[in-house]
Design a protein around this ligand. Sequence first.
Ligand SMILES: [Zn+2]
Length: 117
Amino acid sequence: MACLARNALLVARKSLPRCATQFSSMPDPIEHATGLEKRELLAKVAGNDNPFDLLVLKRGPGTKENPNQVPSAFDSRILGCVCEEDATAVNWMWLHQGAPKRCGCGHWFQLTYKAPV
Ligand SMILES: [Zn+2]
């Protein structure tokens, strides 16, 4: 009985390196990606972890003369303002190129052009 268990362990040990070899030969996802997905992966490889500017931005003063800058490669973008620190709802609004907008909380936002990924 002990001999069978020892043989099973030996078989399991022998199969481990083979499994590891199979995993190391998995193709790189960048080789299979195309179009926008490939450009996103290449941007991440180049060190840009936020190529589409989807992470939360910290608001600045947000005055009419010095509005918060919101990057976009398009003519308009949806923006969500968390008006108060403890707010449980986000105030969503459209922001258009060349038309700074004021949120209900008083902060101003302006769309700035950013080259597409
Ligand atoms: Zn707001």
